[in-house]
Ligand binder design. Sequence first.
Ligand code: PAF
Length: 277
Amino acid sequence: MQIFTTVAEFRAWRKTAGYLAFVPTMGNLHEGHISLCAAAKARGGKVAVSIFVNPLQFGQGEDYQSYPRTFEEDCAKLEAAGVDALFHPTVDQLYPRVEQQYKVEPPAIQDELCGHFRPGHFRGVATVVTKLFNIVQPDSAMFGKKDYQQLKVIEGMVADLDMPVEIVPVDTGRADDGLALSSRNGYLTAEERAEAPRLYRNLKKIADALAAGATDFVQLTQAARADLENHGWRVDYVEIRDQDRLEHARPGDKRMVVLAAARLGKPRLIDNLEIEL
Ligand code: PAF
């Protein structure tokens, strides 16, 4: 695997690469990321991964400074996954000007769900993904469904701005007890880790109820919220939305997604489940 830390070096390599599938990450790689690499590999061409903890998508008081940085271990995992190239720029490489002047502004969806609790987050994501696409120039890019709202923002951005990249959604990797794999799971104590699958279990309960024909969305989401709060969680939201535009779901909708975000001890965990009726 070749490792590049500057834009110029990566661009020179890219010219020789042919079909390129891309996996953007912030490092601290787990099985979920490796399944994104496998999906990239399955495209049949070369695979590039980026590791960059993007300051623009972290808010005041969030974990930018302490975000786990595990570069050596990450490289070993990417080698084993058969990745061809790793782009690992410094903050100065990607943001050479103190104040990045031009930003990519997602529409109103950026202020809902996670965006409501993390103002500016999706602007930061859309901006860095645009920059990475411009540098890496991939034919396709893999995004995990765990960050469902991020996936939708990127799909919308690529469609509206005619970016020549195919976005490939990849299913969420889960532990045996259902917990969605996340770098932030590392913040959980042993006791919290045992409690953490409750988030998934509540989503599953709502999904099963919807599949069985339930239509009282308020009752379903409030019951999940209450169960989590009774077990020490601080819940940001539990919501049922439509899969395509993330608008509030209505009885009769066929393609829905139930999404939740809640804090358990230090980390804020997010998860979601798609439901097709
Ligand atoms: O999902 C992530 O890890 C990040 O938001 C991404 C897409 C790499 C942008 O920094």
